[in-house]
Design a protein around this ligand. Structure first.
Ligand code: HPA
Length: 274
C-alpha cells in the first residue's frame, strides 16, 4: 500500500475537524510501558485510530490505538498512544503514516521512545539510552516508492537523523534529574521473533548498542519531512545470548513497568526545554 498526498491531507483534515486550530508542536510516539503519559495531557482530545482514514490500528500488547492531542509540560503535543510495528503485518508506509499526518498538522519535532534489547555487555537492563544513530539493514525503506515532494527530497540526507540540539537537551535534563542516560546506536530488526545470539553478535560487530523492532522507520520518515527527532530507548533486557536464559515478553513488560516513572520524568523534562 502506498499513499498519496491526498491520503495524508484527508487524514489531517479529518483530525482538524476534531481539534480545531490546535497546533501540536511536538509529536510523541510512545513505546511499550510509556503509553500512560498520553493519559496525563491537559485538555485532551482523543481520536481512536479507527476514526482516521488509512491509520493502521495497533495490535501489539500494551499499545492502545489512539491519537491524543493536548498539553503536556505546557507544550502542545500530539501523542500516538500505541504505535504500530512492521511485525504486526503492516508495511513500513503504514507504520510511518502518522508521522506525516502529524507533520501536516504542524508538528516540527518528534520524540520517539521504545523498549529494546541491550547489546552492550557492560550495561544493565533497566538503563535508559539516548539514540545517537541507527542501523537499518533489513527491509526496504519506508520512503520506497514515488517520492512525495510535499514532504521532502528523493534522496534525503541521513547524516544527523537524531537532532544534536535535542540530544543535548536530553543529556542536560537527565543530568539535572539525576537519571543515568547512556548513549548509543539502535539497530532495527523486523521481529516479531527476538534476535538469535549470532544476530546479536553481528549487531555488536556492526556497531550497535541496542536492538529493537521499532523507531527507525518513523525516524527516517520524520527526518525526510524535516522534523527534528529525539529518540529515547529503555533497555528492558539483555539481548539474546548474553545471559544464559531465554528472552520473554514478560521480562520486557516487567522491566518497562519498573522504569516507567524514571522514563516519563525524562520525557517530560525534555519536553519542558523543547
Ligand atoms: N530485541 C528486540 N526487540 C526488543 C527486545 C530485544 O531484545 N527487547 C524489547 N524489544
Amino acid at each position: 500500500m502506498t499513499f498519496t498526498e491526498q491520503d495524508f491531507r484527508r487524514s489531517a483534515a479529518q483530525i482538524r475537524q476534531q481539534i480545531g486550530d490546535f497546533q501540536p508542536e511536538v509529536f510523541l510516539i510512545l513505546g511499550s510501558g510509556l503509553g500512560f503519559l498520553a493519559e496525563e495531557l491537559d485538555n485532551p482530545t482523543v481520536i481512536p485510530y479507527e476514526e482516521i482514514d488509512h491509520f493502521p490500528t495497533s495490535t501489539a500488547p500494551g499499545h492502545k490505538g489512539r491519537l491524543v492531542f493536548g498539553m503536556l509540560e505546557e507544550k502542545s503535543v500530539c501523542v500516538m498512544q500505541g504505535r504500530v510495528h512492521f511485525y504486526e503485518g503492516y508495511s513500513l508506509q503504514e507504520v510511518t503514516y502518522g508521522v506525516r499526518v502529524a507533520r501536516l498538522l504542524g508538528a516540527k519535532r518528534m520524540i520517539v521512545t521504545n523498549a529494546c534489547g541491550c547489546v552492550r555487555e557492560d550495561w544493565e537492563p533497566g538503563s535508559l539510552m539516548l539514540i545517537s544513530d541507527h542501523i537499518k539493514l533489513c527491509l526496504e525503506s519506508p520512503l520506497r516508492g514515488e517520492n512525495l515532494a510535499l514532504f521532502g527530497d528523493r534522496f534525503p540526507d541521513m547524516s544527523t537523523v537524531y537532532t544534536p540540539a535535542l540530544a543535548e537537551i536530553a543529556r542536560r535534563k537527565a543530568d539535572e534529574l539525576g537519571i543515568a542516560l547512556k548513549e548509543g546506536v539502535y539497530m532495527f530488526f523486523p521481529g516479531p521473533q527476538y534476535e538469535t545470539p549470532a544476530e546479536v553478535r553481528a549487531a555488536r560487530v556492526l556497531g550497535a548498542d541496542a536492538v529493537g523492532m521499532s523507531t527507525v522507520p518513523e525516524a527516517i520518515v520524520a527526518r525526510h519531512c524535516g522534523m527534528e527527532v529525539l529518540g529515547l530507548s529503555l533497555l528492558t533486557n539483555m539481548a539474546a545470548g548474553i545471559l544464559n536464559q531465554p528472552l520473554s515478553e514478560a521480562e520486557v513488560l516487567e522491566n518497562a513497568a519498573l522504569a516507567k516513572d524514571r522514563f516519563s520524568r525524562l520525557v517530560r523534562g525534555c519536553l519542558q526545554e523543547m
